[in-house]
Ligand binder design. Structure first.
Ligand code: GDP
Ligand code: MG
Length: 522
């Protein structure tokens, strides 16, 4: 029973929590046991990342770029009002999941997109499951959401319900078949979040911040499991940003850095990206006909071309020897910034082939950096992220059971697990999230130290001393272990003290690990 699931677990921490779930199943009521089965199922699935943010911030566009296929509906249409989970599957298909648990399979449209009209009553639909043979989905299940805080109340409620916050669910909404809504939401919440912003959204926007906890089912999101994307970087006006030197990317990066200072430590990073260019380049939507249309535009007088590129209206309506339909297509696929990039590349090298242009557009989109960050923050640390989320689900399930004896048994089992040295990383991640979410406040320098120690498994990074000799690292770890232990006993508030004990132990284990490695090498 265990072998097939255990093979897919993300690592030792997930394994420890899976063992805990298995052991608890016989010690809890039938109801909690059903919830534990759900937790086990999710532990052995790829990391679940919700793409959250306002309507029209470009969430679906980014999802398409990541998957490498124009499959999610963008702009308007029925499906933009539904949550769609994109996961790995050996045959491409879309499944409509109804609120009562029924499912209905649909083929993709001829152009590879999810059908614009589903032909069912949307009020009865819980969400869509899209199965695709995309390599990215082997590591991540990507959940596209209708904008949280959208003016369309029904969509917003559906997004929050499917993401697991459950706030808008009625008691009779239970869709899982075996779980009530409270338990279902405890199990279903996303494990990690990618927040999509545009420059129009101020970093202190209350609604945007509310989306943070909604997407994670009220579980705290922090630098361990959340990143932000400043999308539509191409629409940033460089003259509005000091020191941007008229360069769109420099301006976008400076805006992203500014947003990071406001959002920190709720997110690990803010990555600027041009989702539209990424989608067009990655999904094979840029054709040699598009390249040809661009080449024809270059035959125009430079001043005429410059005028056309002032606005979308001028670009499509100006009298020019390129068919309007071809121009509309360019605009839709690249927008003015992408068109300018492509034209500049063609001026520099007139014989560029469509494939080479596509590669240039991909470079101009910033997608490579986003992929890198997704890997570093999410995929590489999936084990810890999944284990922490699962533990939180287990605790929430036992709380929902209303049985004090069961709650105590579950609590004791979790404490016993966290006391083991090999599970200490879980406690550290938890402490880190408490500090980064502001639930426990610390002086800035100490908070920063907690974040550094907790956010990476790399010892030299944890100590903030890359490239230093092992002996020096060990001495420093021991010194900090001692410091945090005395802080825990003297001067800290009770909440700080609990965090301090965890940090002390973390330094102690680092010191031990460094000593062992040294012994092994000698
Ligand atoms: N100029 C520009 N437009 C974008 C970008 N990303 C998305 N869009 C456009 O913004 C609109 C909304 O995108 P969509 O992905 O549907 O947003 P969602 O509601 O958040 O899913 C679409 O017309 C996209 O083509 C971008 O990086 N630059
Ligand atoms: Mg959308």
């Amino acid at each position: 029973m265990t072998s097939s699931t255990e093979q897919q677990l993300a690592g030792p921490l997930s394994e420890a929590v899976a063992d805990l779930c298995q052991a608890l199943r016989s010690q809890v009521g039938e109801h909690t046991a059903a919830g534990l089965r759900g937790v086990l199922r999710r532990l052995s699935a790829p990391l679940q990342v919700a793409v959250a943010g306002r309507v029209s911030s470009g969430k679906s566009t980014l999802v398409n770029a990541l998957i490498g296929r124009r499959v999610a509906a963008t702009d308007v249409g029925e499906c933009t009002r539904l949550v769609t989970r994109f996961q790995y599957g050996t045959t491409d298909r879309v499944e409509v999941v109804f609120r009562d648990g029924r499912t209905h399979t649909l083929p993709f449209e001829a152009d590879g997109t999810i059908p614009a009209a589903l032909g069912v009553d949307l009020a009865e639909v819980s969400h869509l499951e899209a199965y695709l043979t995309s390599a990215v989905l082997r590591d991540l299940t990507v959940v596209d959401t209708p904008g949280l805080g959208s003016p369309d109340a029904a969509s917003a409620a559906r997004a929050e319900a499917a993401l697991g916050s459950g706030r808008h669910r009625r008691p009779d909404d239970g869709a899982d078949g075996e779980l009530d809504p409270v338990s279902a939401s405890a199990v279903a919440g996303a494990e990690a979040v990618c927040y999509v912003f545009t420059q129009a959204v101020r970093a202190d926007d209350q609604q945007a911040l509310a989306a943070f906890s909604a997407a994670t089912a009220g579980r705290e999101a922090g630098p361990v499991n959340a990143i932000a994307v400043l999308n539509k970087a191409d629409t940033v006006a460089p003259e509005s940003v000091d020191g941007a030197d008229d360069d769109v990317w420099r301006a976008a990066r400076s805006l992203a850095d500014r947003q990071l200072t406001t959002l920190k430590p709720r997110v690990a990073t803010v990555v600027p990206v041009v989702g539209l260019l990424a989608e067009t380049a990655e999904s094979g939507e840029f054709t040699s006909a598009d390249a040809e249309a661009l080449r024809q535009l270059l035959a125009l007088e430079p001043t005429v071309l410059e005028t056309m590129l002032v606005s979308a209206d001028l670009f499509t309506t100006w009298d020019a020897p390129v068919p309007t339909a071809a121009r509309m297509r360019l605009l839709e696929r690249l927008d003015l910034y992408g068109i300018r990039c492509a034209l500049a590349a063609l001026i520099a090298e007139p014989n560029l082939a469509a494939g080479e242009l596509r590669r240039l557009l991909l470079d101009a989109s910033g997608l490579a950096e986003l992929r890198g960050r997704l890997h570093a923050v999410f995929t590489a640390r999936a084990d810890g992220i999944k284990a922490v989320a699962a533990l939180a689900s287990v605790a929430a399930l036992s709380h929902a059971s209303g049985d004090p004896g069961e709650r105590q048994r579950v609590h004791d089992a979790i404490e016993a697990l966290l006391a083991k040295p090999e599970a200490h990383q879980l406690r550290l991640l938890e402490a880190l999230t408490l500090v980064s979410s502001g639930a426990v406040t610390m002086p800035d320098d100490l908070a920063e130290e907690v974040l550094r120690v907790g956010a990476t498994p790399d010892v030299t990074e944890q100590l903030g001393m890359p490239g230093r000799p092992r002996q020096e690292l060990a001495a420093y770890a021991l010194e900090r272990a001692g410091w945090w232990r005395s802080f825990a006993s003297f001067g800290a508030t009770p909440a700080q003290s609990r965090v301090a004990h965890v940090v002390h132990r973390a330094y102690f284990l680092i010191w031990q690990q460094l000593g062992e490695q040294q012994g092994g090498a000698a």
